[in-house]
Design a protein around this ligand. Structure first.
Ligand SMILES: Cc1cc2nc3c(=O)[nH]c(=O)nc-3n(C[C@H](O)[C@H](O)[C@H](O)COP(=O)(O)OP(=O)(O)OC[C@H]3O[C@@H](n4cnc5c(N)ncnc54)[C@H](O)[C@@H]3O)c2cc1C
Length: 342
């Protein structure tokens, strides 16, 4: 039985694990490692430390299926709809550009429920707080080193983190890249932004009508969501939540500052936009250094094979584009390489 390590419990990694299990059943032992404390990656759903009745999506907000992707990824969409993980987005989103034939979906339990669905289907051994720092080729296997100092051997490794984080790995990855591959990976560009989640007491009702709003003509804030309303999750005993995304220029300007120092600046800007906002009971700030791909890997749809035997392959939104369907496309493409190799 081949031991396959998938690095990253985001959408690409979790779907890869799920599809691999369905294709190769018990011919593979699938292990997923993530450096974070939970699953989701940039599809993260956050809770305040002392409340289980609040949640907010700090990264991805909703899923837009174009007519073409609704058809080509039909099985993925219908599985998530049937499981109740996805539902049509019916709240008002001010400033949302509607594209012909596209459908928007929200996740009643938060965006991380998409990732959790695929992880649970995969039956993979899932480990959090496992931060990969290096990969070393040892004959027909990969020795994968962790920040904690120890290492483990695998027959194949799939890397699904953003490309700049792949390029930071120690060991043999750097030597194995061809000049052309290195150039392709070096050319990947991500935007950066901050996200703020505000959690309110259960009796708070927002005075504005929208579930989300794209903010124009503001230097700092580009998007605000009444997150729980967006997910139809407001209700008795459940406190509402609000999510704020900063603009990319703001993200670039403040990128090297501590998020604790940036949070008050965002709050000040928010109060100018929503002066009647009640006092939150809890606030969480997130810095997305690698938010969305601005320039993806050229001529490399879905994946890049760094080494054939033992297999080392990279996937993720850097290899397609930064949204749900980009990750699905990448996971399908990584799967085809794994199937051919194992
Ligand atoms: C603010 C924001 C808004 C967005 N809005 C939308 C939206 O509305 N709709 C949409 O479809 N998409 C949206 N996106 C994009 C979408 O979230 C991403 O395209 C998608 O989540 C990428 O998934 P992934 O699995 O490829 O990567 P990630 O989600 O980044 O997963 C990679 C995982 O690898 C882990 N990792 C990294 N390095 C290591 C290491 N060395 N060792 C172990 N683990 C490691 C990380 O912790 C992470 O969990 C948004 C993203 C952001 C940040």
């Amino acid at each position: 039985m081949s031991r396959v390590l998938i690095v990253g419990a985001g959408l690409t990694g979790s779907l890869c694990a799920c599809l691999l299990r369905r294709e190769l059943q018990n011919k593979v032992h699938i292990v997923v490692w993530d450096k974070a404390k939970g699953s989701g990656g940039r599809m993260s759903t956050s809770r305040p430390p002392d409340s289980s009745s609040h949640s907010a999506d700090l990264g991805a907000q909703y899923i837009t299926a174009t007519a073409a992707y609704a058809q080509s990824h039909h099985s993925v969409y219908s599985e998530l709809m049937a499981a109740g993980v996805l539902q049509p987005l019916d709240g008002l989103v001010e400033g949302l550009r509607q594209r012909d034939g596209s459908t928007d979906y929200m996740t009643p339990l938060g965006m991380s429920s998409v990732v959790k669905h695929f992880l649970s289907e995969s039956g993979a051994d899932l480990f959090f707080e496992r931060h990969v720092t290096g990969l070393y080729r040892r004959g027909a296997s990969w020795e994968v080193q962790r920040k904690a100092g120890d290492s483990e051997m695998f027959d194949a490794v799939v890397l699904t983190m953003p490309v700049p984080q792949i390029l930071q790995l120690q060991g043999d990855v750097g030597h194995m890249l061809s000049v052309e591959q290195k150039q392709q990976l070096d050319g990947v560009v991500y935007s950066s932004r901050f996200a703020l989640a505000l959690f309110f007491p259960p009796d708070v009702v927002f005075s504005f009508p929208w579930a989300a709003r794209y903010v124009t003509n503001n230097r700092s804030i580009c998007y605000i969501a009444a997150d729980s309303r967006k997910r139809n999750a407001d209700g008795p005993g459940r406190g509402p939540s609000l999510v704020v995304h900063t603009s990319v220029p703001f993200g670039v300007e403040h990128l090297e500052k501590d998020k604790e120092d940036v949070q008050p600046i965002i709050l000040q800007e928010l109060h100018k936009l929503l002066p009647d906002l009640p006092q939150p009971i809890s606030i969480k700030c997130q810095k997305w250094r690698y938010s969305q791909v601005l320039t993806s890997v050229p001529d490399c749809p879905g994946h890049m094979t760094i080494h054939d035997r033992p297999l080392l392959v990279c996937g993720g939104d850097s290899f397609v584009h930064s949204n749900f369907d980009g990750c699905v496309e990448s996971a399908l493409s990584v799967l085809s390489v794994l199937k051919a190799s194992l």
